[in-house]
Design a protein around this ligand. Structure first.
Ligand SMILES: Cc1ncc(C[n+]2csc(CCOP(=O)(O)OP(=O)(O)O)c2C)c(N)n1
Ligand SMILES: [Mg+2]
Length: 377
């Protein structure tokens, strides 16, 4: 036969607790113990509260740009719940829920979006990298971290998160290719929220699923309802098992939606239909878990009121902590780049407090040029 089929492929989609409240007992029973489910629900509510508060902080001039995570809480939380605390969690900017589950302090993330980079310096004990705003870079970092782990004979794996838009970046393909061909235990998770700012998914990826991009690299791949915490946990258990038992990478496409704007600098009403947003509001990952908990008599209105009051207090306290951390000296941003600061930057450093940016230094009368204090960098 001159032409024969050398590959046919299938992409499976996992859904356990759907938007109508149907629960697949076969896959879902025993997946998340009740006590954990309550804690996970409470945690998602606290992240949602943070999003609402951060939006108001930005609108009142108390924060720079902020990317709301609203609607996408389940994917990173499911991952953080399944991973070991010392597996690497390598995220971009819509994974607050997973990072907080790890123990990253809320005030750190707030501080970062308030413009203080010290907030993005993750503590060693969290095994998380700084949240990546450059699109796609973190996938390579995750692959490198997992490779280092393998090289050292450690059991630690890496998990990385990125958006659908990031899968159009060269970095994505390089990371996937490298991880697949060198047997690197990394879990790639694409939060496919349908949009990369105003670019819709359908002109970003002409294949019917993002998941099938992983097939091309010879990697195990699966799609899940990314707003279904049970489905996310199911897929991560599977991916983590692959990574630990075979040392291989795998791919999860978590299909989700950002209910808010891209960031506070965006107005999504200019490019998205309200009907689309409304449809996704009905698929909110938090609402469906709440309904499920109520059905199982694990939740009540009284508990809900108590929780909302508590998360309000906790987030307000985190905002206060972030706002009262003393600001770093303004000259700091000159001091981390060079061991010996070049003369032109030294002049800028010295005059920035008293003269406008771009002012011709030769016009500066009597500028006193001081050497910076010896830095540790
Ligand atoms: C390398 C790079 N190019 C462009 C940008 C500007 N930018 C910021 S977010 C974004 C879209 C990202 O979309 P996606 O990966 O789908 O993530 P989402 O924001 O939807 O979570 C772009 C193009 C950037 N931050 N970094
Ligand atoms: Mg996107």
């Amino acid at each position: 036969m001159p032409i024969k089929t050398v590959l046919t492929t299938t992409i499976n989609r996992v859904s356990i607790l759907d938007e109508h409240g149907h629960f697949d007992a076969e896959l879902g029973n025993g997946l998340i113990p009740d006590a954990d489910l309550v804690r996970l629900y409470e945690h998602m509510c606290s992240c949602r509260q943070l999003d609402e508060v951060a939006f108001k902080l930005q609108r009142s001039g108390r924060m720079g740009t902020y990317p709301q995570n609203m609607g996408q809480e389940a994917a990173s939380l499911g991952a953080a719940y399944v991973l070991n605390r010392d597996d690497w969690l390598v995220t971009c900017y819509r994974e607050n829920c997973g990072l907080f589950w790890r123990g990253v302090p809320v005030e750190s993330i707030l501080l970062h979006w308030m413009g203080d980079e010290r907030g993005n310096a993750m503590s060693r004990e969290h095994f998380a990298t700084p949240i990546a705003v450059p699109i796609g870079t973190q996938m390579l970092h995750a692959t490198g971290l997992a490779w280092a782990s393998k090289y050292r004979g450690e059991k630690r794996i890496a998990c990385t998160f990125f958006g659908d838009g990031a899968t159009s970046e060269g970095d994505f393909h390089e990371a996937m290719n490298f991880a697949a061909n060198l047997d690197i235990p990394v879990v790639f998770c694409c939060q496919n929220n349908g949009w990369a700012i105003s670019v819709p998914g359908k002109i970003q990826c002409s294949a019917p699923t993002v998941a099938q991009r992983a097939t091309a690299y010879g990697m195990d791949t699966i799609q899940c309802d990314g707003n279904d915490l049970f489905a996310v946990v199911y897929c991560f258990r599977r991916a983590v098992e692959i990574a630990r038992s075979t040392g291989r990478p795998s791919f999860i496409e978590a299909v989700t939606y950002r209910l808010g704007d891209h960031t506070t600098a965006d107005d999504a009403r200019r490019y998205r239909d309200q009907a689309e947003v409304d449809a996704w509001r009905g698929r909110d990952p938090i609402i469906r878990i709440r309904k499920h908990l109520v059905e199982k008599s694990l939740w009540s209105d009284a508990k809900e009121q108590e929780l909302l009051a508590r998360v309000e207090r906790e987030v307000a306290a985190a905002v206060e902590r972030a706002e009262t951390i003393p600001a770093p000296p303004r000259t700091d941003f000159f001091d981390s780049m060079y061991a010996e600061i070049p003369p032109d930057l030294l002049l800028q450093r010295t005059t920035m407090q008293t003269h406008g940016i771009g002012q011709d230094p030769s016009q500066i009368d009597g500028a006193v040029i001081e050497l910076p204090a010896k830095s540790n960098h």
